[in-house]
Design a protein around this ligand. Structure first.
Ligand SMILES: [Zn+2]
Length: 327
């Protein structure tokens, strides 16, 4: 299905597809049918904005060149161009914002808005590690946690766009840890990048001696609050016991969810990806394998790493836009 979209959309020559990835950071650029994205601009935001400001941002960011379509990958469930919620972008109070419709009113050409994990699944199918799979799942570990299933030519999003929203499953009813969505004890609060930072911060106090003896301590010059994913990656790759123990704790609830998903109608493989999982790399993946094996012997066969590519969400947004043009 994607292949035929390519062929037909390629027929529209001389115009470009402009793509956005809207999450904790906003990135955008020009998508090429080769699968590359050029002129990428990256804006770290670190705060939320009202939806109308996001619309204005997109309006101003699209260059004054000949554009045939816009593809947008957004961190939140999407139902036919309506964003059900996107707490990391415009806060938890705004529901059901018709982003595609608002933008099509301005631009007069197709604007395709999809969930960012949907975009990631399209990327994996077209260019990544799922080229030869008919059925696979994609789990993304970023500041949040996402999951989508791809089956027989399309990403399954369900009738209301909510399929695969595992980040907001309640995994710990007694937890008072707030989730970005306004809930408590959700999976995201235990397994995301932010959860990794929190575990390190907590253990820098509760296991102060072990922290001071760790590679991670050296990486951050003793300041747990300055931690980022690259620090974790370097310490883990050096075999630092404190960091590897943190990754085991971080991966345990996700391993449980992956094993629970086996009870339903599971895909052949789960691709594990997302900015945090990609940055930490092999040590993250191996920690998740260890945790899954503790629940299902041999269950580590269920997962494989996705293709680490910083442009993956943008490329996926471009593929979604091409599909729309070809529809
Ligand atoms: Zn939540």
């Amino acid at each position: 299905m994607i292949g035929s979209s390519f062929a037909r959309a390629n027929g529209i020559s001389g115009k470009v597809t402009y793509v956005f990835s809207l999450g904790i950071r906003f990135t955008h650029g020009i998508f090429h049918n080769s699968g590359n994205v050029s002129q990428v601009k990256d804006i770290g935001l670190g705060q939320t904005f009202p939806p109308q400001m996001v619309v204005d941002f997109i309006k101003n960011a699209v260059p004054k060149v000949s554009v045939k379509a816009i593809g947008i990958a957004i961190a939140g469930p999407v139902n036919k161009g309506v964003v059900s919620f996107a707490p990391n972008i415009w806060g938890p109070a705004i529901k059901d914002f018709p982003l595609a419709e608002e933008l099509e009113r301005i631009f007069k050409f197709p604007v395709e808005v999809v969930n960012n994990v949907t975009a990631r699944a399209l990327f994996e199918k077209c260019y990544g590690h799922a080229k030869f799979a008919d059925s696979f799942g994609v789990i993304t570990i970023d500041k949040g946690v996402g999951f989508k299933q791809y089956s027989n030519g399309r990403v399954l999003v369900g009738p209301d766009g909510q399929d695969g929203e595992i980040g907001h499953l309640t995994v710990n009813e007694n937890s008072r840890r707030p989730c970005g969505c306004g809930g408590f004890g959700h999976l995201e609060t235990d397994v995301s990048e932010l959860a990794a930072f929190r575990i390190v911060q907590e253990r820098s106090v509760s296991r102060a001696e072990a922290f001071r003896a760790s590679q991670l301590y050296q990486q951050v010059a003793g300041k747990a609050a300055d931690l980022n994913a690259e620090h974790i990656a370097r310490a883990a790759k050096a075999g630092d016991a404190f960091t590897l123990a943190m990754l085991d704790t971080l991966c345990k609830p996700l391993a449980q969810i992956i094993c629970n998903l086996q009870m339903a109608d599971p895909p052949e493989k789960y691709l594990i990806t997302g900015d945090f999982a990609d940055t930490v790399g092999a040590p993250y993946f191996q920690a998740l394998e260890r945790q899954i094996k503790q629940i299902i012997p041999g269950g580590n066969q269920l997962i494989m790493p996705g293709l680490a590519d910083k442009k993956a969400y943008l490329v996926g947004a471009g593929l979604a836009a091409l599909n729309r043009l070809a529809a």
